[in-house]
Design a protein around this ligand. Structure first.
Ligand code: SF4
Length: 215
């Protein structure tokens, strides 16, 4: 299978791609490796984010209604360079509440292990962004996962050495020149943005469209 011609000068990862692998909600490391190491034209997505966007707006409205300072989405965007890669992310909300700074992420769909890892990656990296340096200097940084029926706090102690090592090891593995194996599965391939000419495995899991004769 051919590789794209345009290799990035330095691998680039979105926090969500790493959190999905750390949480084992996704198994196919090849799609993350290819996106990180090469510039490719991606397949478009028809995902609907309107419920999520409404949650974020409502949370921001609630905080502002209580006189609490909150930064929303694009304001929180970061791209943090490391020695071997750059990692980008965009926390939904950054909330200044007393002596705490809370990084919140809203989830309108079903719960996944990856969500906790995503917020932990934000907690790990946001402080290195220009805005984060300014806001975190005299505040305790915590995290919060917001579902439609519950908000779960993520304590600073969860940002421990074990998590940091897992994060660093995953990045190192995905920066290696060796391609990870493709691991096709119906849902991962269905929503994967890799075009078929860079991965023929999607075809192997396409659902049959014709009725069979057994039933
Ligand atoms: S199409 Fe499937 S097997 Fe291929 S890269 Fe995407 S998730 Fe992996």
């Amino acid at each position: 299978m051919q590789l794209p011609t345009k290799k990035r000068s330095k691998p680039y990862f979105w926090a969500t791609s790493i959190s999905n692998l750390l949480g084992e909600d996704k198994q196919c490391r090849y799609s993350v490796w290819l996106n990180a190491n090469y510039e490719i034209e991606k397949l478009s997505s028809d995902s609907d984010f309107s419920a999520h966007d409404e949650m974020v707006k409502n949370r921001a409205r609630q905080y502002r209604g209580q006189g609490i300072k909150v930064y929303v989405e694009e304001q929180n965007s970061f791209h943090i360079p490391g020695k071997i890669a750059t990692v980008g992310g965009r926390p939904d909300l950054v909330v200044l509440e007393g002596d705490r700074i809370i990084i919140e992420d809203c989830k309108s769909g079903k719960r996944k292990n990856a969500h906790r890892f995503q917020v932990l990656i934000y907690m790990l990296l946001y402080r290195f962004s220009p805005m984060g340096k300014q806001l975190c200097s005299d505040r305790v940084l915590t995290g919060r996962l917001v579902y439609s029926d519950e908000a779960i706090d993520i304590l600073p102690t969860e940002l421990d050495e074990q998590f940091k090592n897992s994060f660093s090891q995953m990045i190192s593995m995905l920066c290696a020149s060796t391609q990870p194996p493709k691991i096709p599965s119906f849902y991962e391939c269905k929503y994967c943005n890799i075009p078929n000419h860079f991965c023929s495995e999607r075809k192997a899991i396409e659902e049959p469209t014709e009725n069979n004769d057994l039933f």
